[in-house]
Write a protein that binds this ligand. Sequence first.
Ligand code: 5AD
Ligand code: SF4
Length: 440
Amino acid sequence: MNVRDSEQVAQQMVDGGYTVVAQEKQADVILYNTCSVRDMAEQRAIDRISSLRGLKKKNPRLIVGVMGCMAQSRKDELLEQLLDVDLVIGTQKFHETVGHIEHLQRARSSNLPQEKIVAVGEESGSQNTIKDHVLTPKQSSAFVSIMQGCNMHCTYCIVPSTRGEERSRPIAEIVTEVENLADRGIKEVTLLGQIVNLYGRHEFEKVDGQSPFVQLLRAVSSVPGINRVRFTSPHPIGFRKDLIEAIRDVPQLCEHVHLPLQSGSNRILNAMHRGYTAEKYLELVNQLRSNIPQVAISTDIIVGFPGETKEDFAASKAMIAAADFDQAFIFRYSPRRDTPAAEMSDQIDEEIKMTRNQELLAALDEVVARKSIKLVGTEQEILVEGESKNNLRRFQGRTRGNHLVMVEANERWRGELLPVRITETTGFTYYAVPVLAEFD
Ligand code: 5AD
Ligand code: SF4
C-alpha cells in the first residue's frame, strides 16, 4: 500500500512540473513514505532521515518530508525529534503534497521565516485520490488501491489509528482506472486494501448474493487486456462462498490467497480480537483447497503476542503443517502505541520471540521444501517482471500461484506472459526454462 501511495505522490509531483532524480544528493525535495506496523520499520525510517544531515547542510533549500503512517501517528513530535524535517503529511493528505512543497519553496526563495508544515487531518473522500500511475516502459503489473482504513481493531495493530475508518471507492471508478492501465499495457492488477474482502460493505449492496468485493473482482477481471487479477489482503472473517466461487470460476483471478492467520491458538486469537478460531480458519483453507485444487495459500503469523505460552506457540507451529502453507511471513510481536496489546501486562521477552521466530521458520522450511518439489517438472505461466534482484543476468517472474521463478534474461520476454517448465527449486525460488514452441 505504501508503494502504491508513493507512486501517486510521484505522479502528482511530475504533473506539478517536478522531475524524479536517481539519487538523494541530486534532489531539491526528498519525501519518505513510512510504515508504522512494526517498530523496526519506524527505526529504519528515522535512521534514514537522520542521515540527511550532511545534505541539508550543503543545500539549505533542500525540503525533507515525511509521509504515511509514521507521520500520522507521530505528527508534530517528528519535527521536534528530527530537526531536518520540513513537512509532515498524514495518510489522508497525500493529494496536498505538491501544494505544501510549493508553499515551502516560495517561502525559502523570498527569505521568509523557514516555516514547517504538518498536515495530518482527516479528509473525507481521500480514498478516491489514489488513482494515477507512473509506469515504467514495459511494466506489466500494477497495484490498485480500492479502499482505505480498517475497522477491525485487532489489538496488536496500529493501522486503524494511522489509516482511519474503512472507506471504499466506487466500482465504476476502479474499473475506469484498470481500463486505463490496460490501455497502457498493464496485464496484471493487484487490488489493495487492509481487509480487501470487506470492500464496500458500508457503501454498496449485495447483488445476487455477491458481496461488493466479488462484484468488483468480476468487473475488473472482465476488462479487456487484463490477464491476471490478484488481491491483498483478505481477512478470514467475511471470506465467503461467493469469493471462493469467483476464484474458482473467473479465469483471470489467480489461484493464490494470502490469508493472515496471526496465531494458531484460540486463546491468543481471542486476545487479538481476530473473530475466528483455528478450526474455522482450517475449515476455510480446506474449502479453498477442495474448490480450487491448485490454490497456493500464504499467511502472516505473529510470535510472542503478550501472554503467548509454550502451548499457544505450539498451536501456531502445528498450523503450518495443518494448513500446508505455500509461504508464510513470521513477525515478532512489536508493541505499538495506543493499541490494547501494548498495555497488556504479560509481554514476552525479545529472546523468546527470536527463538520462536526461528522455530517457525524451520517448520515452514520443511513444509515448503516438500511442497515446492512437486512443482518441479510442471509447466507454469509466469509474468516476466524483468531483472532478478540478485542476478542481473536473470529475469524474474511470478506464476499464477505467486511462486517466484527465474529464467535467463531475454528482452523479448520482459513484461510478457511466458509459459515455462520448472527445472529446479530452492524452496522459495524456482528456476525454469521457457517452453518456446508455445511462445513463438
Ligand atoms: N507486531 C508484529 N507484527 C504485526 N503485524 C501487524 N501489527 C503487528 C505488530 N504490532 C503483522 C501482521 C499483519 C502484517 C502486515 O504485519 O501479521 O498481517
Ligand atoms: Fe490491522 Fe487487523 Fe485491520 Fe489487518 S484487519 S489492518 S491486522 S486491525
